[in-house]
Design a protein around this ligand. Structure first.
Ligand code: NG6
Ligand code: CA
Length: 510
């Protein structure tokens, strides 16, 4: 009776041993595969250095954004590549200085695709290295080859420069066409009501802000007096496509749902994912969902920032619930600095109170001064990155080479620098110099110094009331001692000035 028992025991032990060996090797395999984290870039539109409460420079309270800054790395010298949208996004996705491409300027909704489909891009690099890639949100890098037919497949676009999945708005919330585009197709389009778009002239009989001001629910201050959609006057003329038009106040919820779906569909796959989540806040027109109206006491600009903050909290929950928060590297930043009045009467100026969207910095969106390009910049990776504040000089151009180093790709761009250790909090060393751009002008940061060459043009851009950095003389500031750029040291430091001019010109002529 005993023998069969012993035999059974032995064979059971054998089986167990086999199982445990197998699961060991499975573990090893899983660990090697798990080495590549998911990557999310949360990219805000016009959010200023002082708009995030973690920077302790304004009066808004953004607890969910703060989590990324306080439990990750809060960069105090983090830069967008440009003081406007299109060039910054171009640089983020290509790792190339935007001023090298003369077409990298704020684009109309009808502009052709700005990124060459042969160009090596951040999403292509990640595709090649085993990632599923997606974009949800604002594109603003042009679509098609010119004369786009919005009723057919619209390409080339994001899907041709490296994104497996795209759910976008074409340009900006204030520019037509005011429709969502999923993988090159307008969402919800009724073929019997085709869309036409024109940035030169209106379609006969279509109402505009000038011809039908009684239709407006939001008033324009400057620009923004063409087609009216949802009571909001826009830039550009659009006809048709009624069923496909987005609801402005639902946009945040809508993009969140798409971002969540992308995460959930990819979270259990063996492939890691890259999500470029390009949120629309607080760009104009500021249209908070009714849940957020009045929440900030600062009017719609403050309200949409609180709405965005809520969205980020929900998005983090989605990652947590999918069990992948600790295997996801999150980068948070903004495409350019803040602007208060960007073309609509929306109480942003009147209700700003003591809030300082630019923090201690001078200027704002469109400006060569610091607030144009120095933006909130966080890198967060729960359980991997040690919480810290970093003063290292880092820029969004560097994400391509740095993420490349993380996933094992080499990046053939001289502009993008591999700062992976700095982005992971293992080093405090950033780049030594940087050529920043603002409305087709450039300035040069080197160490603690910034040099702004002379430019013609107004000192203050009247409509938006922002100091542009234009001057007939060279400007030189030591940002360590003078973060607000009040003391021009060009005359008292002629040697430093010359050294910087030479280096700047060498990079510009490369
Ligand atoms: C400007 C618009 C501004 C905004 C900006 C683009 C006018 C007068 N002003 O031309 O409202 O849309 O372009 O902003 O039309 S960005 O963040 O996408 O660069
Ligand atoms: Ca912007």
């Amino acid at each position: 009776m005993k023998k069969p028992h012993i035999q059974l025991l032995i064979s059971l032990m054998g089986l167990l041993l086999q199982f445990s060996c197998q699961s060991n090797s499975d573990d090893v395999k899983n660990q090697t595969e798990a080495k590549k984290p998911n990557i999310v870039i949360i990219y805000m539109d016009d959010l200023g250095y002082g708009d995030v409460s973690a920077y302790q420079a304004g009066t808004l309270n953004t607890p969910n954004m703060d989590q990324l800054f306080n439990e990750g790395i809060r960069f105090t010298n983090g830069y967008a590549s440009s003081a406007t949208c299109t060039p910054s996004r171009y640089a983020l996705l290509t790792g190339v200085y935007p001023w090298r491409n003369e077409n990298a300027k704020i684009l109309p909704g009808t502009a052709p695709l700005l990124i060459d489909t042969a160009q090596y891009t951040l999403p292509k690099m990640l595709q090649e290295n085993g990632y599923s890639t997606g974009i949800v949100g604002k594109w603003h890098l042009g679509l098609g080859l010119g004369n786009v037919d919005w009723n057919q497949e619209i390409k080339p676009g994001p899907n041709q420069v490296g994104f497996d999945y795209s759910y976008i708005l074409a340009a900006t919330q204030d520019r037509v066409p005011t429709v969502y585009i999923e993988n090159g197709r307008v969402v919800g389009l009724d073929p019997k009501d085709p869309i036409e778009v024109n940035y030169q002239e209106n379609f006969p009989g279509e109402p505009t802000a000038l011809s039908n001001p009684e239709m407006l629910e939001m008033k324009w201050h400057h620009g923004h007096n063409n087609s009216i959609v949802n009571g909001i006057p826009r830039i550009g003329f659009m006809k048709g496509g009624d069923a496909a038009k987005w609801s402005d106040e639902d946009m945040a919820d809508h993009f969140l749902e798409k971002a969540r779906t992308f995460v959930n569909e990819n979270s259990s796959s063996s492939k890691p994912f890259f999500l470029y989540y390009a949120m629309q806040q607080p760009h104009v027109p500021r249209t908070p969902h009714p849940r957020f109206v009045g929440k900030s006491g600062m009017g719609p600009r403050g309200d949409v920032i609180l709405e965005a903050d809520w969205v980020i909290g929900e998005f983090l929950k989605t990652l947590e619930e999918a069990g992948i928060l600790e295997n996801t590297l999150i980068i948070f930043s903004s495409d350019n600095g803040p602007v208060i009045n960007d073309g609509y009467y929306d109480d942003a100026v009147e209700k700003l109170g003591d809030h300082t969207p630019w923090g201690p910095l001078r200027g704002g969106k469109y400006s060569l001064f610091e607030a144009g390009t120095r933006v909130p910049f966080a890198v967060f990776w729960k359980g991997t990155i040690q919480p810290q504040v970093s003063d290292a000089l880092v820029t969004q151009i560097d994400l391509m080479a740095s993420i490349g180093a993380l996933v094992g790709a080499t990046v053939p761009s001289n502009d993008s620098q591999n700062l992976l250790n700095t982005f992971l909090g293992k080093s405090q060393e950033g780049r030594s110099e940087f050529v920043l751009e603002a409305t087709s002008r450039t300035a040069f940061r080197q160490g603690d110094w910034v040099m702004i060459p002379p430019y013609p043009g107004p000192e203050v851009l009247g409509n938006v009331n922002i100091e542009m950095g234009n001057s007939s003389d060279y400007q030189l500031y030591n940002l360590k001692e003078d973060i607000g750029q009040q003391n021009n040291l060009a005359n008292s430091n002629p040697e430093k000035l010359q050294e910087m001019i030479q280096k700047y010109e060498a990079i510009r002529n490369q």
